[in-house]
Design a protein around this ligand. Structure first.
Ligand code: GAR
Length: 217
């Protein structure tokens, strides 16, 4: 049973999917604390509705990034957190933070990394005209969206998609792959070797293939 600390800044739909997976036994763990850098983030409401402790650490109250991160570290230590899950947390963590939680910080990103790191990525994918995008759960390193990839899911992209349409298509898969990545961690089935994450007992599917637009329709 792992203790998970979830860091949020916004709506918290991924947070809800993680809490629900814990409650339904799809994750051998519990969300011990939800920490937000935004005092009125809806994610806090979602956590409170589900009986999860919440803490607000406002970056504006801290003189620099290091002191903000160290306040988050002390909050995570108070709740004895094993794994830190960033779920729509819109701050870049310092190397000092990451050295405390080496190999124990995950993030979800709404694109197929290493394509489209950073912000505004759904609209960028539509504007680029890619046929597929998706989402990625990865371990966090000192870069922006550069850490070792744990799991990805793919969705089609259509040239007339609105940002909201693509967002919702991707979000539905985010809610499936983030709990899965956390459960693989909880089971001890993830091994980081350099840039790669090896997953124990994985079923290889050589025939899996997606083509958009389809070959015949
Ligand atoms: C999610 O789409 C997540 O992938 C994205 O923010 C959204 C948060 O939604 N994260 C990033 O863009 C991080 N670079 P949520 O608050 O409803 O989970």
């Amino acid at each position: 049973m792992i203790r998970i600390g979830v860091l949020v800044s916004g709506s918290g739909s991924n947070l809800a999917s993680i809490i629900d997976a814990c409650n339904e036994g799809r994750i051998d763990g519990e969300v011990s604390v939800v920490i937000s850098n935004v005092a009125d983030a809806y994610a806090l409401q979602r956590a409170e509705n589900r009986g999860i402790p919440t803490e607000v650490v406002r970056h504006d109250d801290c003189p620099d990034r290091q002191s903000f991160d160290m306040r988050i570290v002390s909050t995570l230590e108070k709740y004895q957190v094993d794994l830190v899950a960033l779920a729509g947390f819109m701050r870049v963590l310092t190397p000092e933070f990451l050295s405390r939680y080496s190999g124990r910080v995950m993030n979800i990103h709404p694109a197929l990394l290493p394509s489209f790191p950073g912000l505004g990525v759904r609209q960028k994918a539509i504007d680029h005209g890619v046929r597929f995008s998706g989402c990625t759960v990865h371990f966090v390193d000192a870069g922006v969206d550069t850490g070792p990839i744990i799991i990805q899911a793919v969705v089609p992209v259509y040239p007339d998609d609105t940002e909201d349409e693509l967002k919702n298509r991707i979000l539905a898969l985010e809610h499936q792959i983030y709990p899965r990545a956390i459960q693989l961690f909880a089971q001890g089935d993830l091994e980081i070797v350099g840039r790669k994450v090896f997953v124990n007992n994985i079923m290889k599917e050589d025939s899996q293939c997606l083509i958009n637009p389809p070959l015949n329709n």
